[in-house]
Design a protein. Sequence first.
Length: 188
Amino acid sequence: MSQTSIEEHHIRPYFDMEAFMIMSRETRLGGAALERLVELWGQWLDRLKVCEVKAGKISYLAVWLPESVEDFVDEAWGKSPSEGYLVNNLAQFLCMSAVQELLPQVEDAGCAPSPRPTEALREALAGLGLPYRENSPTLSRRYAVVTHYPFRGGCEICHMQAHCPKGQGQAESAGVILPGYEREEGQS
């Protein structure tokens, strides 16, 4: 078993409305919707987890939101597709904003590449309550990112490249994963 250490980072990325609208492909947000998003952002900042995980000689950045945020988003989808869409995007955007705050190169590369899930990494993340899915290279949390820390490259080093539309040159593919549509192992 390799030596593992975990260092929590306390960061509070700001809500960049323009970047959020670009990611969401929104051209306009009403005042009430914007107020709701800003309110949720503030609530979710307190739940955001950001850790540097050192497993052996390799360091990773893990960023995630808890299951309670997933439950909230699922409820929002049930009430209103437009509300569900916006809060789903907000959760994804919050995670990526945190990643980009510590790894600004991710924005230029357009990817926070997924590392190969070694046994040491799997054990460390499971200890944080962020396990990988059974026999899968994907995490159990919907709003979670694990990437190399410091930055090592973009799509070209991503373990998920063969399953990623962007990694296969389909750069205009949808950037939002809807609840229930996560790719399971064996799907292509």
